[in-house]
Structure formats: C-alpha cells, structure tokens
Design a binder for this molecule. Structure first.
Ligand code: FPP
Length: 258
C-alpha cells in the first residue's frame, strides 16, 4: 500500500536472515531512502545544484548515526541512479567528485563508528579511482556490525534485475543451474542486494510520490512514506518520527490481520 504522509513533516557473503512476518510490530529492520530535493533546496537559496548535493551528503551521516538507537539495522540510500547520467555533464562530474571526496573523507569515521558500508549498482560506468575507493571502504568496514549502510550508486532496479538474469542465464548455459530450480529465492541470490534483508520501509523526501526504479523487487511488501521535506532539511528527528510511526502499521504480506 502506497501511503503519502498525512502530516506535512517539516518537519556476495553471509545472507541476512529473513524477518518472520508474524513476529509482531517492531520497528523497521531495513529502511531505504530516496534522498530527493537537493537541487530545489539549493535553487531556493540561489545556489548551484551541487551546493544542495553537498548539503545532502552531510545529512547522510546524521541519519546513519540515528539508526542503532531506533533499532534500524540496515539503511540503504539512493545516491545516483542509472538515469542520473542524463543530467548535465557539470552536475554528473560534480556528483562523482563528491562521492570520491565523501568516501575519502568519511572512511575513518565510518569504520570507527561501526558502520559496515556496501555499494550496490553497476560499476561499469564509474571511474577507476571511484571504484578503488568503494572497494577500499567495503574492505575497511567489512567487520563492522553496528549498522549496515548500503549506498546505491549507478543503481537502477531494472538494470539490476537484467544483470541478475544475465548471470543466471549464464549459469544455466554452463549447466550449473537447472531452469527447473529457478524461483524467487534463486533470482534473489543474483541481485546486488543478495546479502540484505528486504526493506521494511521506503522513505522518499521532497514531496514526490514515485519510486524511480529503486529496489522494485525487494520492496514488494515494503511500507512507503513520502514526506515533503527536502533531503538537506531531513533531520534525525523527522527520521525518528517516521520510524516510530511505522510501528503502528499493519503489515499483512498479502495475508490477513490476526
Ligand atoms: C536527488 O535530488 C539527489 C541526487 C540525485 C543525489 C543524491 C546525493 C546525495 C544526497 C549526496 C551524496 C550522498 C552520499 C551517500 C555520499 P535532486 O537533485 O534530484 O533534487 P531536485 O529534485 O530538487 O532537483
């Protein structure tokens, strides 16, 4: 069920254990966020769009750090989509340089704060320096367990599913997988997100109510929250309010309430 917030809130490793839908209304274990509104936030201040992206990057740390106390074990953020290459060359290269700078600058703090960082998305179009930094950050934080941060970079769900099917078909052609064994669980194992549980809650900021090719397969039963706040204004208190409100939702996973 897609819901729009009624209040204008300014307001390849070990697999994650699937959550039992019958275990009651606890907080969301996995929250995914579409961080939208950086450009409008900057434009409202008469500044270039990249100024908004820089402000948005600062929010990521605040939200990551809020997760453990809220019981959120996995946070996935949409940083750059497979469609974002259509933006101007200046914005794309500014974003790529922001990602490089963010990783270099934040790596030590992320490690020391117990954040395990993973990246999802297709790396083919990313530059070698950025890919090296991503690999380094994943290795540097691979033993951390306090909170799992997944950054979606050059990510699109349709692209992810297409790549998964290509790999799966390759295994069928090699004879290591039988077509008769292909089911939902099998396909899930070929996705970039194979080690993550499905998102319980997807939040999109900035007042747009669409999902823009983000975690389509994984969010089949997620709850959605669309908030008007632009991403650079999205505070940990707003986040905590949404996570708290999730606890009263009735998730039935296609069944009925007991
Ligand atoms: C969408 O806002 C935002 C993006 C395409 C970039 C998101 C990037 C960040 C928040 C910063 C970096 C993040 C990390 C993890 C280092 P928009 O530009 O489409 O906003 P608009 O709809 O107002 O134009």
């Amino acid at each position: 069920m897609f819901t729009r917030s009624s209040t204008k809130r300014q307001a390849k490793g070990a697999e994650a254990a699937p959550r039992d839908p019958d275990e009651g209304h606890r907080g969301p274990r996995h929250v995914a966020v579409i961080m939208d509104g950086n450009g409008r936030w900057a434009q409202a201040r008469g500044r270039p769009r990249l100024f908004g992206h820089h402000a948005g990057a600062k929010r990521v740390r605040e939200i990551v750090n809020a997760c453990p106390d809220l019981g959120v074990e996995y946070l996935t953020v949409f940083a750059f989509s497979t469609e974002n290459w259509k933006r101007t060359q200046a914005e794309v290269s500014g974003l790529m340089s922001l990602f490089r700078r963010y990783i270099s600058k934040e790596a030590r703090a992320l490690r020391d704060e117990g954040v395990r960082v993973r990246f999802i998305g297709d790396r083919v179009r990313l530059d070698a320096k950025l890919i090296a930094l991503m690999d380094e950050l994943e290795s540097l934080t691979e033993h951390n367990e306090r909170i799992n941060l997944t950054i979606a970079l050059n990510y699109g769900s349709r692209d992810e599913v297409s790549r998964a099917i290509k790999d799966l078909a390759g295994d069928v052609a090699k004879g290591t997988l039988s077509p008769a064994d292909v089911d939902e669980e099998t396909l899930t194992k070929y996705l970039d997100t194979r080690v993550l549980p499905d998102p319980d809650l997807v939040i999109r900021t900035s007042g747009e109510a669409r999902i823009s090719n983000f975690l389509l397969w994984q969010s089949a039963y997620a709850e959605y929250e669309f908030v008007d706040t632009l991403w650079p204004d999205f505070t940990k208190d707003i986040f905590a309010g949404i996570v708290g409100a999730y606890g009263v939702r009735d998730r039935r996973f296609g069944g009925t309430s007991t």
